[in-house]
Design a protein around this ligand. Structure first.
Ligand code: PFF
Length: 447
């Protein structure tokens, strides 16, 4: 039998898992959803959900993966043999499939912008012109599909080369670079004239905008950005050697994620207010605001190109994880099957994403429950499938894994204090399931 692959180091694992977490969710989606939900209050609720639910669930996925050391479906089978719990893994695969189908569309937009920036088509435009370019771009069927395909091809090629060679080596360089560039961007944004209103918008909560839908959005967003509820983190932690501390890794990843989200907010909202743009502009927000800020910097277009490369990279590392979970199950750990299945599944996901891509143009009028195809796919994944997957995981862990076993798994690497373990266990067992159900039912109007 061939050896199971492993990450070459703990840093490699943290970077790859953080790479899965940090992506379009933190950089593109969070700012526009926060912008639509009043800013600071959403940010605060998001942080609370991340600490109360996201972090404990991330740890729960880690503990499942490393205990079982197998793929997202077999891990459940190994821990609870003869039960139906492996359906949690299958649900995760289905969720990943749908998620990646629309994720690739936005990935394609980044590539289009990169192409336009490099060929000088974005130089010196006004903010209205940037909005017009964006609207034209996403409505163009051929352009969006071709670039969505290119994004998926990158994803397929890396995943087909295997975990360590592909994902880890790329993450090592690009993640730190992303942080540095964001910091430069924030410094420019917060020093713009009129920036303070934007800083207040994201840091000062205004609870008058908060509804039950805001709570569900914030919860869904916290799962989305941490890649939780899909068993992706089960898969990634299954490649981690036994002597590494899982809680330490989880806390590092959550902190990095929150930090990047804060940086994204502080890069975007001060500029939104300084340039008198609308914070609730929706998906256009980043693609309109950032070129405008960059054009205020010396060598702005060069910085913008660098930013797009790193943004693309953040999106790709998340996409890798989504394809990886499916490929690792279907190829059942056999390296010789990896290449074939990466291509078959990756192209099938691309095909499923085509209607989402077209829903910004020729299919804009097609509505499912009042939403465009893209919005419907995103809403179903973020606000139904991810919370449901997270709910099942929070029931599975205390039900099927012994407390003593959990403690010994989490204690490895000598980092965890007993009190912290107890807090985690109580949260996963008693807080997470009812809280997730409550937030979901409230929006569905069940009470
Ligand atoms: N966390 C990714 C992002 O925020 O862009 C999206 C994601 C990746 C969600 C992998 C879920 C997942 F399993």
């Amino acid at each position: 039998m061939s050896e199971r692959e492993q990450w070459s180091s703990k840093v490699g694992f943290i970077l790859a898992a953080a790479g899965s977490a940090i992506g379009l969710g933190a950089i593109w989606k969070f700012p526009y959803i926060a912008g639509q939900n009043g800013g600071g209050a959403f940010f605060l609720i998001f942080i609370l959900f991340t600490i109360l639910l996201g972090l404990p669930l991330l740890l729960a996925e880690f503990v499942i993966g490393r205990t079982a050391q197998d793929n997202a479906v077999n891990s459940y089978k190994k821990i609870a043999p003869g039960t139906k719990w492996h359906w949690v893994g299958i649900l995760g695969m289905i969720t990943s499939f749908v998620l990646l189908s629309f994720y690739g569309v936005i990935g394609g937009w980044i590539l289009i912008y990169l192409f336009k920036a490099i060929t000088g088509q974005l130089n010196g435009l006004s903010s209205e012109q940037y909005t017009a370019v964006f609207n034209e771009t996403i409505a163009d069927p051929l352009l969006s599909i071709v670039f969505q395909l290119i994004f998926m091809l990158f994803t397929i090629i890396v995943v087909s080369r295997g975990i360590q060679k592909g994902i880890e080596s790329a993450s090592r360089i690009m993640m730190p670079a992303l942080f540095v560039l964001f910091i430069i961007l924030v410094i420019r944004a917060v020093t713009l004239a009129g920036a303070s209103e934007g800083i207040q918008f994201i840091l000062k909560p205004d609870f008058s905008k908060v509804t039950s839908q805001t709570l569900l959005d914030a919860m869904g967003q916290s799962f989305f950005t941490l890649s939780v509820g899909v068993s992706v983190m089960v898969t990634y932690s299954s490649y981690l050697p036994k002597n590494q501390s899982l809680p330490h890794a989880a806390i590092s990843i959550v902190s990095m994620n929150i930090f990047i989200i804060l940086l994204a907010g502080l890069a975007i909202f001060p500029a939104v207010f300084a340039f008198h743009l609308e914070p609730n502009a929706g998906p256009v927000l980043l693609f309109n605001v950032l070129p405008t800020v960059f054009s205020q910097l010396p060598f702005g277009m060069l910085f913008f190109i660098a930013f797009l490369v790193l943004f693309l990279f953040a999106a790709l590392t998340s996409a890798f994880s989504l394809l990886e979970i499916i490929v690792s199950v279907i190829s059942n750990g056999k390296p010789e099957q990896r290449l074939k299945w990466s291509w078959i599944l990756g192209l099938a996901i691309f095909a499923l994403g085509v209607p989402s891509a077209l829903s910004f143009g020729i299919l804009a009028e097609v509505k499912i429950f009042g939403k465009t195809i893209f919005d419907f796919a995103d809403y179903t994944v973020s606000n139904v499938l991810l919370p449901f997957g997270a709910l099942l995981i929070s029931i599975f862990v205390p039900l099927k894994m012994k407390r003593s076993l959990l403690y010994s798994e989490l204690k490895k690497g000598n980092w965890l204090k007993k009190g912290l373990f107890e807090a985690w266990y109580i949260t996963i067992r008693y807080v997470a399931p009812p809280l997730i159900v409550l937030v979901m039912m409230d929006v569905l109007g069940i009470w």
